[in-house]
Design a protein around this ligand. Structure first.
Ligand SMILES: Nc1nc2c(ncn2[C@@H]2O[C@H](COP(=O)(O)OP(=O)(O)OP(=O)(O)O)[C@@H](O)[C@H]2O)c(=O)[nH]1
Ligand SMILES: [Mg+2]
Length: 611
């Protein structure tokens, strides 16, 4: 295929605005997937994505499109386009803020992006954030007002917002329904018309960027690549420049969206390479692959900026014997989750685990779920914490990712915490209540901008610790679900923070301790103790729960001893699948870790998050 006839683009939007559904229609129009194999949000291939109805991972697919095919009922002739066959390389991306690293990696492989906005919602926080990302990559944007089939769709208002926020003109904006397919062909034509074909010299040696990867037990590491120069065939000797590793292209192919072998991959194309590598550290996302015997002629591509985790939690196996399985599972999971970071840690009285960095709480939840299902592990996660920076009186810098690592207050000279710039998009009627919940959480209001008629963008600066606790839930409830949120790190700032220790049955449990703002630590500590009382089960003996700041007890509750034997629930009769699932979830909820003499359930570790 002539390079001029290739288009590489992705679909970006706020969560749930209909990216994957629109991708379904593109797959149908281009006959990429046979009708009998079609299902809703086909590109959401992980079980977890399908169950939760959200996209978690980027997903590439290669489509072929015949322009001016009578079947496609193209209305007006496109004089500046050749009536030919086009290769459309699409990448569907997630919309949730926690997965924006997937978006930025996708953007680096594309020349254009379809910007989808749900016309029943209008522009939301990740619409703005993703547009900014796309513009940083110099992508051509094609704005699409989506879900126009819905009775409460307001296309004019949505178009006005697109014009006000990004300066689009009327004739640039397309209208479509991913559900009914209305307007979708126009999108394809616009992509062919507006998105430039990939540049790059076919004669040069192969130069490909790894933008994603996975581990296959039979075939080893499989890397997803965008070829920027040259070409690659099956069974060539290749070289990863960053990791300085030689290997072979055991199989090269395209995504349809299932992986299908081809003769090779050429300049401007997107495909995969089966490497056979077993050591997962040798083919990292962001690395450049070239031909082994041309390795000195090829310069490494810029790759990706390192993403910094937002929150940290420690993952422990419920049974210490599972630690080696967990270690292997984390290594493999990292390959299909490029944002995951971890290092081994040993916490006294709990044992060996991994201090793990996540991009947010949904990311944390997904990682725990994937480790549990894909590797059959029973895990406990400690409460997520942001990273603190301590300068000691001796002038040393300590980075603390876990309240358990907090140093003795007497040696702390300065203590810093991460502050974020926060963007909230909301109808203007909610300005008051949002201002209130934000300022209660130490936010500083910066400005309020109008986007279109009644939608506003509120900008704050706010400590990350206050965002991850319960801010998002509160925001949704005070705005009847209309507010959307995005945030970025600005800097670390000095904070007046203290560590609240939790003692269970007289023993400090470091995994339950929390770092809190001094002004609210006494009330928050008391609340935490009350919640723990509800969450920790009764034992054969009385269990006291105390909160202490610097050795001084600030709150105490007691869980009375168990009186009689409790027999487990028995389910009789016909057990439906649904019931089985419910039981499984119940069992999951009972996951506990024995610390000293006391069994502490998973929810107790997360109690500090809930207000
Ligand atoms: N009526 C109607 N519903 C739609 C349309 N497009 C998507 N939906 C529905 O909107 C919901 C979200 O659709 P998805 O395609 O999963 O949205 P997404 O943007 O891929 O979501 P994430 O990837 O999780 O960010 C689903 O319930 C879809 O059925 C549309 O054009 N019309
Ligand atoms: Mg999706």
């Amino acid at each position: 295929m002539d390079q001029q006839n290739i288009r590489n683009f992705c679909i970006i939007a706020h969560i749930d605005h209909g990216k994957s559904t629109l991708a379904d229609r593109l797959l149908e129009i281009t006959h990429t997937v046979e009708q009998r194999n079609m299902k809703d949000q086909l590109l959401d291939q992980m079980d977890l994505e399908r169950e939760r109805g959200i996209t978690i991972k980027l997903q590439p697919v290669r489509m072929e499109y015949q322009l001016q095919d009578s079947r496609l009922k193209i209305k007006e002739p496109l004089s500046d386009l050749n009536p030919k066959s086009y290769i459309l390389n699409l990448i569907d991306t997630p919309g949730h803020v926690d997965f924006s690293y997937e978006v930025s990696r996708s953007l680096a492989c594309c020349e254009g992006a379809i910007l989808v906005v749900d016309s029943t919602q209008g522009i939301e926080a990740q619409t703005l954030a993703n547009v900014h990302l796309a513009l940083e990559h110099n992508l051509v944007l094609i704005p699409v007002v989506n879900k126009i089939d819905l009775p409460n769709s307001d296309r004019q208002k949505t178009a006005d917002e697109l014009k006000a926020a990004f300066g689009f003109t009327d004739d640039e904006i397309l209208y479509a329904s991913g559900k009914t397919g209305e307007g979708v062909e126009e999108i394809i034509k616009r992509v062919i018309q507006k998105v430039p074909p990939p540049k790059g010299d076919e004669q040069k040696p192969f130069r490909g960027l790894i933008f994603d990867s996975l581990y296959d037990i039979h075939r080893g590491v499989v890397v997803y690549v965008r070829c920027f120069e040259g070409s690659l065939k099956n069974r060539e000797k290749i070289f990863a420049i960053g990791s300085q590793t030689q290997f072979e292209s055991l199989e090269v192919g395209y995504f349809h969206p299932k992986m299908e072998k081809s003769d090779g991959i050429k300049t401007g194309e997107v495909g995969y390479i089966v490497t056979g590598l077993r050591d997962v550290s040798k083919a990292r996302v962001g690395d450049t692959i070239t031909l082994f015997d041309r390795k000195t002629d090829v310069e490494q591509l810029p790759g990706y900026k390192h993403v910094k985790p937002m929150v940290y939690a420690t993952i422990f196996p419920v049974s210490g014997d599972d630690y080696p399985i967990l270690r292997d599972a984390m290594d493999k999971l990292k390959l299909s989750d490029a944002a995951l970071e971890f290092e081994p840690i040993n916490i006294p009285s709990i044992g060996f685990g991994f201090r793990t960095g996540f991009l947010g709480l949904l990311h944390m939840d997904i990682v725990q779920e994937r480790l549990t299902r894909e590797y059959n592990l029973d895990l406990i996660l400690t409460a997520p914490s942001v990273a603190y920076h301590v300068v000691t009186s001796a002038g040393k810098n300590l980075y603390i990712h876990n309240p358990a690592e907090f140093p003795d207050p007497s040696i702390i000279k300065e203590l810093y915490e991460p502050w974020m710039s926060v963007n909230i998009l909301v109808p203007q009627t909610y300005i008051g209540p949002i201002m209130e919940i934000a300022t209660q959480r130490r936010a500083i209001s910066k400005d309020i901008k109008y986007l279109g008629k009644d939608r506003v963008e509120m900008n704050f600066e706010m400590p990350l610790a206050n965002i991850i606790s319960d801010f998002y839930d509160k925001l949704k409830s005070v705005s009847s679900g209309y507010a959307s949120l995005n945030y970025d790190l600005i800097e670390e700032r000095i904070g007046d923070l203290v560590k609240v220790d939790i003692l269970v049955a007289g023993e400090p449990v470091v995994a339950l301790s929390a770092i809190m703002h001094r002004s609210t630590a006494a009330t928050d500590g008391k609340q935490l103790v009350e919640k723990l009382k509800q969450l920790i089960p009764k034992h054969q003996f009385e269990v006291s729960i105390q909160a202490a700041i610097g050795g001084k007890i600030i709150a105490r509750e007691t869980i009375s001893a168990l009186r009689k034997d409790v027999t487990g629930y028995l389910y009789g009769g016909d057990v439906t699948r649904k019931m089985k699932l419910l039981n499984k979830q119940k069992r999951g909820k009972k996951r506990m870790k024995k610390i000293g003499k006391v069994d502490i359930p998973q929810e107790a570790f997360l109690a500090v998050l809930k207000k």
